[in-house]
Design a protein around this ligand. Structure first.
Ligand code: FAD
Length: 217
């Protein structure tokens, strides 16, 4: 993107539902804004990008998504859509599978031409205010490419933080929990395991050097 002094330079962090919506409105005012969207993953969708990884993804980042394999929405699609961009009809069903929500978000990004503005695999590591002589503030946005590990810093006039808020697991304090090592070592807190049989679970345990199988429900 060619830098232009007259336009406001905006960094959007995250290409989930919120970051895409921010991008869609920034792109609607091309004379006013130029922008980049930074996304640590390799596609849009945020938490709707279900992952089979446990704990960390292939780049060593904490798994962002909190989806589980068979999750359906707990809101009807009629109230989940962006204004002016309805969900496709799905045989009259309102409570969609998570894969349909992901496709909807991908379609939204394509429809509004957002993909070319998204810098994938870029993990924002730091945002620093830079006070200018005239009292205004610019923002130094530092990021790391999760594949090449290269680090860079770009300067923006404004930052929109759309990094989601359902990726940090909550573990309740329960007496004896630390002794229940299967939950900690196999599932971690952010993943729901979907295993089709006990053999699969045993294999997973042995891969992680855990000789015993505890089953709880
Ligand atoms: C299990 C579950 C079920 C849900 N069900 C529903 C439902 O039925 N209906 C509904 O309307 N809502 C539901 N929600 C709410 C859901 O959070 C919202 O629908 C929506 O996905 C939130 O979008 P977001 O953009 O705020 O966050 P996210 O979808 O979490 O996206 C944040 C993005 O920011 C990226 N990111 C984060 N940190 C960085 C960084 N440092 N550098 C670069 N990129 C970064 C992430 O990779 C991610 O792509 C559900 C949430 C969960 C967890």
């Amino acid at each position: 993107m060619a830098p232009s002094k007259s336009r406001i330079k905006v960094a959007v962090i995250g290409a989930g539902a919120a970051g895409l919506c921010a991008g869609r409105h920034l792109i609607a005012e091309p004379n006013q804004f130029q922008f980049d969207i930074y996304e640590q993953q390799d596609d849009v969708g945020g938490t709707w990008r279900y992952s089979t990884h446990i704990g960390q993804d292939q780049y060593g980042l904490p798994v962002h998504s909190s989806m589980y394999k068979n999750l359906r929405t707990n809101l009807p699609k009629e109230v989940m859509a962006y204004p002016g961009f309805p969900f496709e009809e799905s045989e009259g069903r309102s409570f969609l599978h998570h894969t349909e929500v992901l496709k909807y978000l991908q379609d939204y990004a394509k429809h509004y031409g957002l993909y070319e503005y998204i810098k994938f695999h870029k993990l924002i590591e730091n945002i620093r205010p830079l006070k200018q002589e005239d009292g205004s503030v610019e923002w130094a946005v530092s990021f790391r490419d999760v594949v090449t590990k290269e680090k860079e810093t770009y300067i923006y006039d404004a930052v929109m933080v759309c990094n989601g808020h359902y990726s940090v697991p909550y573990m309740p304090e329960i007496e004896g929990l630390n002794d229940f090592k299967v939950a900690r070592a196999v599932g971690g807190a952010s993943s729901v395991l979907y295993l089709t049989n006990l053999l699969e679970l045993n294999l997973l345990l042995s891969e992680r050097g855990m000789p015993k199988l505890f089953v709880s429900n």
